[in-house]
Design a protein around this ligand. Structure first.
Ligand SMILES: C[S@@+](CC[C@H](N)C(=O)[O-])C[C@H]1O[C@@H](n2cnc3c(N)ncnc32)[C@H](O)[C@@H]1O
Ligand code: SF4
Ligand code: SF4
Length: 348
């Protein structure tokens, strides 16, 4: 397919679109406030700017999913329970959610993802969470979903909620591969139907938002379907996303998941001079803890406790040191970052 726009902020996630860069599209829909936010976001991503408060709140609303994708942190229940010492959270209480959003809103935080390593739409009235953030002036509200709980009614609720970006994770172009990489899933045809229903309702209702995409985490088991995936979806959705596989942070061998070097080479670079933007962009709120990135459950990235507030965690000595470490290109000084950047797994 020719003339596709391809862009990435971190080289680990590559977005492709037919028309224009999705952020340009969002600027054309949402105006100068969105443009200013993206400008600031880009400076943060280049590690040139440290804001007083994170620009992005990433919420792990619970640690539960109806799928068991083998590449995902959440799929091994035994390891997950061990990691959380049996205390996994089945749903974030709406009052707690409101307090988090309210703190963000007080600091004019622009973006939020009320979904972590889980299936967000398993929360029955999830649109209410999105709407609350929208009413509190968040201008970029995004989620990923496996698409299985999406009925026509829920599609309509999402369309009316103020959601800015919606991405369906599929990881496959054929039913056979889908079944293998998305263990425990509904049939691919059913998920495609759900997505088509959503797109039809969006079109009929004249909704410009959310911008909608599909994604594939490229691994050995699906790398042969990258082209097919792109060709099937590129004319149907606003963006097609390919992301690099990052091993879950367990003491387990994930070497079989990596795609062959050649097919990986163009899309993903794991560089020795890697400087991670995540501790400059976001906080991840998981149960009652605040961590510096979404890649891990590790305590080595914990910057504070929710009860002490996001502002305090963001400005803690540890968070500052972590940012400084990445700014100096010394990711290897934190064992979890080292495992993450160099593509090995870690029990930390
Ligand atoms: C963790 S899921 C949560 C949302 C939802 N359940 C879904 O699948 O979209 C978010 C994204 O992370 C991706 N993901 C899961 N495990 C991953 C891994 N080890 N490396 C890279 N991406 C991963 C999934 O494919 C999905 O696109
Ligand atoms: S559907 Fe999403 S959260 Fe669930 S196991 Fe798969 S990647 Fe993980
Ligand atoms: S583990 Fe470290 S390097 Fe990996 S995403 Fe988190 S902060 Fe960045």
């Amino acid at each position: 397919m020719e003339n596709l726009k391809s862009y990435s902020t971190d080289n680990k996630v590559i977005h492709k679109s037919k028309e224009q860069n999705i952020n340009d599209k969002l600027i054309s829909i949402l105006g100068s406030g969105f443009a200013e936010y993206r400008k600031k976001w880009d400076a943060v991503n280049r590690l040139e700017l440290v804001t007083d408060f994170p620009m992005f709140l990433h919420l792990d609303m619970h640690q539960y999913c109806n799928y068991k994708c083998p590449h995902c942190n959440i799929s091994d229940e035994k390891l997950l329970l061990k990691q959380f010492e049996g205390q996994i959270n089945l749903e974030m209480d709406f009052e707690k959610y409101k307090r988090i959003v309210d703190e963000g809103s007080n600091y004019s935080c622009p973006s939020i993802e009320p979904q972590g390593t889980n299936e967000p739409l398993l929360i029955k009235d999830f649109h209410k969470y999105i709407k609350y953030a929208y009413d509190k002036n968040f201008i970029d509200i995004m989620i990923n979903t496996n698409g299985s709980p999406l009925t026509a009614r829920r599609s309509q609720e999402l369309l009316d909620s103020g959601l800015t970006r919606l991405r369906f994770s599929l990881d496959a172009a054929t039913p056979e591969t889908y079944k293998k990489v998305r263990v425990g899933s509904l049939p691919l045809a059913k998920i495609i139907k759900n997505i088509e229903t959503f797109l039809e309702l969006k079109e009929k209702g004249g909704y410009k938002l959310p911008v909608t995409g599909v994604s594939m985490c490229v691994m050995k088991g699906n790398q042969h379907e990258v082209k097919l995936f792109e060709e099937f979806w590129i004319n149907k959705v606003d963006m097609v996303t390919f992301q690099a596989f990052t091993p879950p942070t367990y003491d387990k061998d994930y070497s079989d998941f990596y795609p062959d070097e050649l097919s990986l080479k163009d899309r993903i670079s794991t560089r020795k001079d890697f400087k991670c933007p995540q501790p400059f962009q976001r906080v991840v709120l998981r149960n009652d803890n605040i961590t510096a990135c979404c890649n891990t459950y590790s305590n080595q990235l914990k910057i504070g406790k929710l009860e002490d507030g996001i502002y305090n965690a963001w400005n803690s000595d540890f968070a500052k040191k972590l940012r400084e470490m990445h700014k100096c290109g010394k990711y290897y000084e934190n064992p979890t970052c080292k495992a993450c950047v160099e593509g090995t797994s870690s029990s930390q």
